[in-house]
Design a protein around this ligand. Structure first.
Ligand SMILES: Nc1ncnc2c1ncn2[C@@H]1O[C@H](COP(=O)(O)OP(=O)(O)O)[C@@H](O)[C@H]1O
Ligand SMILES: [Mg+2]
Length: 417
């Protein structure tokens, strides 16, 4: 059978550790996948930034993109590559560009998910614009922040409608604090959102294609301890619900790779932050969970490249809305919308593919994360983030957590569902 090489592009910025591990493991897998009369081989290439002709042919099957949300030349190259060259990219650049947290809230409210009560307020200040004065004089209504605070109750959260990375987020205890925070909010367009308090669990669900990992998250801990190493902290019913919620959101927005945060307050899971389509992938935050992420990424990207999975360029929301009706409980809604998500992600075909072609991935990954190359990748990331005198200490900390994972693997695998 003729050998055909499928190329996986890595569109990178500040990422250090995961691309090294991803590429090393891909090479060690030494794949030869028979597909439609060919034998498929796989290689990675790091994308470079340079002028491009819109008509130039692009020789990539898949691009794993980490730049689109802030670096526009790459985003536009990707759009051209999807439209003209049938390249599959995760995540969908049009969706990343236009679907902020606000849209995500609105869509999930329409599906009947318990998003906490949320208001949007016009900003305190504006950039000068030609029609601004006329527009505001004619149409802007005076409003009393205190009224909104009374409707939502305290504490509440003020945060940007298109938030990310905890930028501009404040927890507000009373009306005076609300007024003060608004005064300071400048040009940001803010949401005011009822706090889910008290909550007994904060879970971050990382989704990659149809694979989901749930992490017990401690937002009050320093960065290196936020992703706790707890396992089996959820009842099967919660696992099902959070998985369905994550897959629904990700399939709905065409985000193959996204993380969703949910808080459990008074027995109800509230999704609070689920528009994160360039999730943290660094060993310095994921540590123990890092090998899972690498494996999940390899499985999904290899599956996409090998099967020539068609990219869904346009989002199609109708089937999600049609799947739910008013009398359904949250669990029923979620299983109905997750069924649409599984179709979109080709979950059954994916599972079969992994069993058939990637059964050695667990073993290869396990072995790789015991090597000097893996340790050097961890150290390189730590060295880029920590002051000189902390490099050894934190390299050792993250490395030891990965070794804890090795001690338990492969029992950890929610990977192939
Ligand atoms: N409604 C809420 N109830 C309780 N805590 C919240 C709420 N909204 C935000 N938070 C807290 O603030 C943090 C940042 O808010 P989030 O919506 O996740 O913004 P970002 O997109 O910047 O991560 C959350 O991780 C959580 O700790
Ligand atoms: Mg968040």
């Amino acid at each position: 059978m003729p050998e055909v090489t499928r190329r996986i592009g890595l569109s990178l910025g500040a990422d250090i550790c995961w691309p090294i591990c991803y590429t090393e493991i891909l090479d060690r897998l030494d794949l030869r996948v028979p597909m439609d009369g060919d034998t498929l081989r796989f290689e990675t290439r790091r994308m470079t930034i340079e002028p491009f002709d819109l008509r130039e042919t692009v020789d990539h099957s898949v691009v794993i993109d980490r730049l689109t949300h802030w670096y526009h030349p790459t985003r536009e190259w990707i759009k051209k590559a999807v439209l003209l060259d049938d390249v599959y990219v995760f995540n969908n650049p049009w969706s990343v560009q236009s679907m902020e947290k606000h849209t995500a809230y609105a869509a999930m409210i329409k599906l009947g998910f318990p998003v906490p009560d949320t208001w949007l307020v016009p900003p305190k200040e504006y950039d000068p614009q030609q029609d601004l004065r006329d527009t505001l004089e004619r149409y802007a209504r005076y409003f009393d922040l205190g009224d909104i605070g009374r409707v939502l109750g305290y504490p509440l959260y003020m945060k940007p409608y298109d938030g990310g990375g905890w930028r501009g987020v404040s927890r507000i205890d009373d009306e005076a604090a609300l007024r003060a925070a608004y005064e300071m909010s400048g040009k940001l367009v803010m949401h005011l959102q009822a706090a889910v308090e008290p909550f007994d669990l904060f879970v971050r669900c990382v989704g990659l294609g149809p694979q989901v990992r749930m992490v017990n998250y401690d937002p009050s801990a320093p960065l290196h301890d936020r992703y706790t190493t707890d396992r089996e902290f959820l009842e099967p019913e919660d696992v099902r619900l959070l998985r369905d919620m994550t897959l629904t959101i990700n399939a709905f927005f065409g985000w193959d790779f996204n993380s969703c945060e949910a808080l459990r307050g008074r027995e109800v899971w509230h999704p609070i932050d689920f528009a994160n389509p360039c999730p943290d992938s660094q060993v310095t935050s994921l540590h123990y969970h890092f090998p899972w992420l690498i494996k999940a990424n390899l499985r999904w990207s290899i599956f996409v490249a090998a099967t020539n999975r068609p990219m869904q360029m346009n989002l199609d929301w109708g089937p999600f809305f049609e799947a739910v009706d008013e009398d359904m409980t949250l669990g029923e809604r979620l299983s109905a919308t997750a069924a649409v998500a599984h179709q979109r992600f080709q979950s059954d075909r994916f599972r079969e593919f992994c069993h058939e072609h990637l059964s050695h991935l667990d073993e290869v990954t396990h072995e790789f994360f015991g090597t000097d190359v893996a340790r050097a990748a961890v150290r390189e990331k730590v060295a880029a983030m920590y002051p000189h005198h902390e490099i050894e200490e934190f390299t050792e900390l993250f490395w030891s957590r990965i070794q804890d994972w090795r001690g338990e693997a492969p029992a950890d695998d929610e990977g192939v569902m």
